[in-house]
Design a protein around this ligand. Structure first.
Ligand code: ATR
Length: 480
């Protein structure tokens, strides 16, 4: 706990999580900014005793003048709350873990009925339509003149935890690093909040950027873009938006100073209809991975194809490749576009042949059934399926060795940076192997350039991403 004193404004002590302790043990927190939370089982906590036992402990803590705030659940008897107000400021809290959103009149009524210094609403929400309603409730609380702490638990609410200052929240909750125990799902750690998102520096006129997708929790993009913003000295923050409902999401974004978005699965195609303009490459590929706000217009772009193409040019110069694309999904579309644009020929093979045919028709290539692929007909193999991607790093796409020997083998997967396929390719004598990491870096650099008009080096991004992936895999090793 000592390690966090200087890095947080308020320490929440979960008394219900402590084992074998007495009130004297808390003395070391004297003069520290502390919020006491002593959550009973009926409210999602771990304290199994009675309310009178619980309040006796809080009373003793209060008499010792330890701490500043106490979290009290909305269903507590008002005289008890009144008494605690003699010792602490009272945060009157309402929690709901079942995905249910209470109606505002009921919430308003129960908060009005109890004394408090601020209110806390913490709900697990699974749908952005409910997040929109939740934000209406936040506004209603503010209209009542109540200070508050607003929390959406679960992965859909991580962005709101980070962007708390834009919603007038008194504070946000963050977990201590490395304990593996966030106090709630979707919470980020203190270190992440400070170092990655630069929470202490946030101000309402800063620009917001983010990754729109579902899921997005393990993405490396926040680590890349936040660092780039910092390096070029821009007051901007990049957050993960795990979104199920584009319309609801865009309604929320209208109230934020949004500068741009990265877009990933499953929204790359669906986002098209909400944009004011779409750049020609994105239109041709049929997918948008970048949204840029230009004045009042939302513009869609695609940097995946550049991301794919630049590492090839950097390594081999401009060449007239004869390519084989394995897979025919979204990524394969950007690859085919880049190849056509550079005047290269390509064949495409895919588990579902009809999709290979559609891709070939669209970009002027040939669709070949898996067992009819002629290894002599291509010199560059591009793997675009998710087989071998973390956490399934032991998967190997069923690609025969004959397709690898003497070829340039390009795997678009960046996590892990060296897939089983690439190791296999090396082992059987591929001419060269290329991982998806430089592609990730080039597409991010291009994205950053579209947003900020600043040029950044892809090599620096590769280093950033690599460092993050290594840390992430160490964490997985510890907790798996
Ligand atoms: P992305 O947009 O990231 O490219 P996608 O659109 O889901 O992802 O595309 C995944 C590609 O990998 C598809 O071509 C898919 O084959 P189908 O078209 O038959 O679905 C391919 N793919 C996914 N899992 C696969 C597997 N187990 N074996 C072979 N191909 C697979």
């Amino acid at each position: 706990m000592r390690a966090y004193e200087t890095r947080v404004d308020l320490l929440e002590v979960r008394l219900d999580w402590l084992r074998d302790w007495t009130v004297e043990d808390l003395e070391f927190l004297r003069d520290r900014p502390v919020l006491w939370t002593f959550r009973p089982v009926r409210q999602g906590g771990e304290f199994a005793g009675t309310d009178s036992e619980r309040f006796e402990v809080l009373r003793q803590i209060g008499r010792r003048r330890l701490g500043q705030w106490v979290d009290v659940e909305w269903d507590v008897w008002p005289p008890l709350i009144m008494e605690l107000r003699g010792y602490f400021k009272v945060l009157l809290s309402y929690h709901q873990y079942d995905g249910h959103l209470p109606p505002w009149p009921d919430l308003g009524e129960l908060f009005r009925a109890k004394p408090h210094d601020a209110v806390k609403i913490a709900l697990t929400l699974h749908r952005w339509a409910d997040i929109v309603r939740f934000l209406d409730i936040v506004e209603a609380c503010q209209a009542e003149g109540w200070d508050g702490v607003w929390v959406v638990m679960g992965p859909r609410g991580t962005w709101l935890r980070i962007l708390t200052p834009w919603f007038g929240g008194l504070w946000t909750y963050a977990s201590p690093e490395g304990t593996g125990r966030a106090t709630a799902d979707g919470q980020v750690s203190v270190e992440e909040l400070r170092q990655v998102y630069r929470y202490p520096e946030m101000a309402p006129d800063h620009r917001i950027y983010g990754l729109l997708g579902d899921p997005v929790a393990h993405s490396v993009s926040p680590y890349i873009h936040n660092r780039l913003f910092q390096e070029v000295g821009l007051a901007a923050h990049y957050v993960p938006f795990a979104v199920d409902d584009l319309e609801a999401f865009l309604r929320v974004m209208r109230v934020l100073p949004l500068g741009g978005l990265s877009v990933t699965v499953p929204h790359k195609i669906a986002i098209l209809r909400y944009l004011d303009d779409v750049e020609p490459a994105a239109r041709d590929i049929g997918a948008v991975n970048t949204v840029v706000r230009r004045e009042d217009r939302w513009v869609g772009a695609n940097t995946d194809w550049v991301g794919f193409w630049r590492p090839l040019v950097r390594r081999f110069g401009v060449r007239s490749w004869r390519a084989l694309i394995v897979g025919a999904g979204g990524a394969a579309h950007a690859v085919a576009y880049a190849l056509r644009r550079a005047g290269c020929s390509f064949a495409v093979t895919n588990r579902t042949h009809a999709k290979a045919e559609a891709l070939a028709r669209r970009f002027g290539g040939t669709a070949v059934p898996w067992d009819a692929v002629n290894p002599g007909a291509f010199d560059l193999l591009i793997h675009t399926t998710p087989l071998g991607m973390a956490p399934h790093i032991d998967s190997l796409p069923p690609i025969p060795d004959a397709w690898l020997v003497g070829k340039v083998v390009y795997d678009l997967i960046y996590n892990p940076p060296e897939t089983r396929l690439l190791r296999r390719a090396r082992a059987v004598g591929a001419r060269a192997v290329l991982s998806g990491l430089p592609m990730l870096a080039e597409q991010a650099a291009e994205q950053f350039r579209l947003w900020t008009l600043q040029t950044v080096r892809a090599d620096d991004i590769v280093a950033l991403a690599q460092a993050h992936l290594e840390r992430q895999s160490e964490t997985f090793n510890i907790f798996d």
